[in-house]
Design a protein around this ligand. Sequence first.
Ligand code: ATP
Ligand code: MG
Length: 418
Amino acid sequence: MLTQAPKGTQDMLPKDAHRWQTIESNMRRICALAGYREIRTPVFEHTELFQRGVGETTDVVQKEMYTFNDKGNRSITLKPEGTAGAVRALVESHLYADIQPVKLYYVSCPCFRYEKPQSGRLRQFHQNGVEVFGAKDASVDAEIIDLAMKLLNANGIEGLRLNINSIGCPNCRKAYHEKLRAYLEPKLPTLCQTCRDRFERNPLRTLDCKEDADKLTDAPAMLDNLCGECADHFEKLRKYLDGMGISYNVDPRIVRGLDYYTKTVFEIITDTPNGELTVCGGGRYDGLVEELGGPSTPGIGFGMGIERMIMVQDLFGVAPQAPALYDVFVVTMGDAARMEGIKLVAELRAAGVRADIDHAARSMKAQFKYANKTGAKKVVVIAEDELARGVVKLRDMEQSAETEVPRADIVGIVTKDH
Ligand code: ATP
Ligand code: MG
């Protein structure tokens, strides 16, 4: 128990730190290019936020939330996704009063869902994501899709499939729900209990049921029943994507697992040797800000699973190489030389060179061996003789070449080829 992490959780180990950091820095860099700014919201929120935001009839709210009462007897939930918290912050801090659109991104946001742990499905996972508030035009839908594709490409993930759909707005959905109910009614006895419950409250959800969706492949599609405004929005999105050279597939069966979506929904999928894997999901949520107590403000966003990206990098062999731990390792012999070595390490680090010295009383031979193991490209050697003459030896580990240089010049020489 004590030495085993809870089911569905994963440690991020130092050997993989560079991978997370690269994914995070790509996110920051690419989002900043498009005027997005970072937001960080709490790991937990009032349970009601997700019940209202994500939707009572979703799997997330019905089955997957980590909900508990705190010591003050408030119902608290660990966030299952990033959008509801961002909307709450937007409303609470009146971010919508700033120039619009308000473009936000978040990095490595921890998300918690009590799901059955399996490959690619964790109970704590992390998402990078964006949210844009105050922009109605389909150009923003295209912009975030483009961002998502660029982010995945920047992380070495190619061969992506983009599926888009429109699930309409409350206006067109009403009439569509009636159509869908008429289609579902005769099938009700063959559907699972959850679908039967959803039949009344939110029939669109039945199309996202893990058990029954396959029985409903000939159900009427929302896409064929859009109102003029929604149809026009979808048409524009397609035009923008075409214009930007982003290929896509229209999949009228995408519903998405969260209820707040309106109009555009999309998924980005990779085909791996183990089957398809959704790495990114998103869509528009024009009613959510108002639903959560703010002024009517359109919104759109996506969430991208970081562990999924890492999995896909592994499956395709495109994981970035771990950088060497040090640029320079300082090898010394004798107490006085060691003291000089410690001073040199501090000077190197101050000059921006990653450097270290032995901390385990190793012999000179073992210090070299260790230096090699760390991947250091250069070794500086200081023994009594060098110390006395005011020089050090600089060894290039790749070319096994050694030169003697004045102690006073070594930092300059190392930083010059650095
Ligand atoms: P899925 O169809 O895989 O269940 P979802 O529709 O529930 O995904 P979203 O809520 O849109 O996913 O979350 C966005 C992204 O977060 C997903 O595309 C995926 O990369 C990642 N993700 C979602 N749930 C998990 C999980 N349990 N473990 C790891 N990553 C996840
Ligand atoms: Mg899911």
